[in-house]
Design a protein around this ligand. Structure first.
Ligand code: GDD
Ligand code: MN
Length: 363
């Protein structure tokens, strides 16, 4: 292999990291030398114009590329698309915010070249640490790590790490089974491989963030649950449908609550009360699905209103189908309970399928 050949691609997901990218590139060159690596930034159209900044840096540095995604969010899916664009036989994923210690990259690469399939930058082996995390973030991370054993095929001390390296072949052999949901791309990978891998862990100390903010919020708990569910039951039923049904169940409660208030407090007639409850429950369901079920394709501004309209239209047709089927079954001597259940199921599947296609259409 000549000195100039490409040995390592580094995939760097970014969202509002313009204060960090130049420094990161500088540090990568210090750690890895002038040749043999490339850096692929995957930016989800950050409002702070990270993508434009990366392109500007790329004009005077052929090792740098920017993949800018429009109308999409998600750390895992960004990493996957960046990895697919990588050209080197070995791929690393690391954060842009300088919290991952780039100085261990050569040691990680050495482990791969010695035969490991995946090398993890780990905070939980000797010599590693989580840095200045508060108690609650530490215990959350430990709990999540324990839960990951439900889907892992082998014991790993830091499967939640966002800092790792792998051989191209490992990716090619598993990428079609990835869930691509949420934040935990390494866990997704480790749970998607066909056979156990040779995994090595290299310790590092998680640094503090100097510029910008963490994008981890309470929603990551939900996204983590979705990833676990997808790995456990996703083969049989799409987890988005489960989430959609869960939201629908909450919508029924909202409906009943509004109905009770409208009848007893506002003293509306039954038809007006039922209509009010239906509309409010639909708005509630749309809003919550937009926040949870379709977090990665979230609608905003006018898109939100347009989405609400198409959601209500789809669900009204779903309601007609629901009532029609339940009534048909009931009149053909089915008990009321299975008849109602069949109606609800058909309505739910219809609502899910149509709003998945139109309301939250893939870009
Ligand atoms: N493209 C893209 N899209 N990038 C994103 C998104 C997104 O939706 N959300 C975050 N990022 C980028 C950030 O810009 C940063 O470079 C990196 O992903 C990590 O995001 P942070 O917001 O800094 O996450 P963190 O520091 O709280 O969490 C990190 O450590 C955890 C524990 O190791 C991440 O590496 C997690 O994946 C990791 O589990
Ligand atoms: Mn970070």
């Amino acid at each position: 292999m000549s000195d100039l050949s490409l040995r390592l691609s580094i995939v760097i997901p970014t969202f509002n990291e313009s204060a960090n990218v130049a420094e990161l590139l500088h540090r990568l060159a210090q750690a890895l030398g002038p040749h043999g690596w490339e850096a692929i930034f995957v930016d989800d159209d950050s409002p702070d114009a990270t993508a434009a900044l990366v392109r500007e840096l790329a004009r005077s540095d052929a090792r740098v590329r920017c993949l800018q995604r429009i109308g999409r969010r998600g750390l895992s899916s960004a990493c996957i698309e960046g990895m697919m664009a990588a050209a080197a036989p070995v791929i690393a994923v690391m954060d842009a915010d300088l919290q991952h210690d780039e100085s261990i990259l050569p040691a990680m690469l050495k482990r791969i070249e010695e035969g490991s399939d995946v090398v993890i930058g780990s905070r939980y082996v000797d010599g590693g640490s989580t840095g200045e995390w508060n108690e609650s973030r530490k215990s959350m991370s430990l709990l999540a790590t324990r839960m990951s054993r439900l889907i892992l095929k082998q014991p790993i001390s830091d499967p939640m790490s966002g800092f790792f390296m792998l051989r191209r072949e490992v990716l090619d052999g598993s990428v079609r089974r990835f869930s691509g949901m949420g934040f935990k791309i390494l866990l997704d990978l480790l749970a998607s491989v066909a056979k156990p891998l040779r995994v090595a862990e290299v310790p590092y100390q998680f640094r503090d963030r100097l510029h910008g903010q963490s994008k981890l919020d309470n929603m990551v708990i939900w996204e983590y649950g979705m990833l676990l569910a997808d790995k456990m039951v996703g083969r049989y039923v799409p987890v988005r449908f489960l989430a959609f049904s869960f939201v629908g169940g909450l919508g029924v409660l909202v409906h009943l609550l509004v109905l009770t208030l409208a009848l007893n407090v506002l003293k509306l007639g039954f038809t007006e009360a039922q209509a009010t409850a239906t509309v409010l429950a639909m708005v509630f369901n749309f809003g919550l699905n937009n926040l949870l079920t379709y977090r990665d394709r979230q609608l905003e501004g006018w898109g939100w209103l347009r989405g609400l309209f198409s959601f209500m239209l789809a669900c009204s047709i779903g309601a007609v189908a629901n009532i029609g089927i339940a009534t048909y079954l009931f009149e053909h001597r089915t008990n009321w309970f299975p008849a109602a259940l069949a109606g609800i199921l058909v309505g739910a599947v219809w609502n899910y399928a149509i709003t998945n296609l139109y309301t939250w259409a893939k870009k």
